[in-house]
Design a protein. Structure first.
Lengths: 107, 107
DNA sequence: GGAATAGCACCCTAATAAGAGTGTTTAATG
DNA sequence: CATTAAACACTCTTATTAGGGTGCTATTCC
């Protein structure tokens, strides 16, 4: 039950994120070493993240964004409550558990 | 040179993200098992992510967002080029390497 | 109300990533 | 244009995580 390969779009999204981190860092005139130090992680990890390696942890990403002052963006990454009020109302009736209704093979 | 504790705001941001993933999943009427299966990861991993444990990897997050159809949000997480054209132009002059100009203790 | 099962909370082990170290390349800048 | 060090590319080892299992709780839905 293990990993099929990382979908290409997902890989590209991660790579893009890495480039943007690098850009944001340089805009702030921080070296990789400096960012790593302030974030409390190793330079290697910063480098791997900027390089777009998918192995990085969300914690490290959050630490970096925190230092960059862009934590809000992570917090609202999948946020929907802000724009769609009707959606929010709908959510009040959302099931806590989702029952398998699929008759065929979609589990 | 290891980890000082994860800053509280960062932890909260990750927790929020986890809740939003859970919400998005239930909106789509997917069980944790189903989402895990489609994403090619284990149920435990999905659960830990939704629970807000910071240990999850960016790859897993990307896989999940891909299944949820929200990969764009990750891709543009730190994207700045879209709104600020002037900023983009400024970036053309950005240094590839950032030199330590800090005279004191700010490394 | 009762049966079925989604979700949770563990534990354990194999797989993986983070950290540290070393050497090299190359951009910034005095 | 020479110096300095930022960034890159590795390797190795240890720490951490993902996966898989089992049992339990409690929500759906008939």
């Amino acid at each position: 039950m293990n990993h099929y390969p990382l979908p290409e779009p997902a890989a590209r999204a991660i790579a893009k994120l890495g480039r943007d981190i690098s850009l944001a860092r340089r805009r702030r005139r921080l070296s990789q070493a400096s960012l790593a130090d302030r974030s409390g992680i190793s330079v290697n990890t910063v480098r791997r993240l900027e390089k777009g390696e998918p192995s990085g942890s969300i914690e490290h990403l959050a630490r970096i964004l925190h230092v960059l002052g862009e934590l809000k963006r992570l917090e609202t990454l999948l946020d929907t409550g802000t724009d769609e009020i009707g959606l929010l109302m709908m959510d009040e009736g959302l099931p806590q558990r989702v029952r398998a209704r699929q008759s065929k093979g979609a589990l």
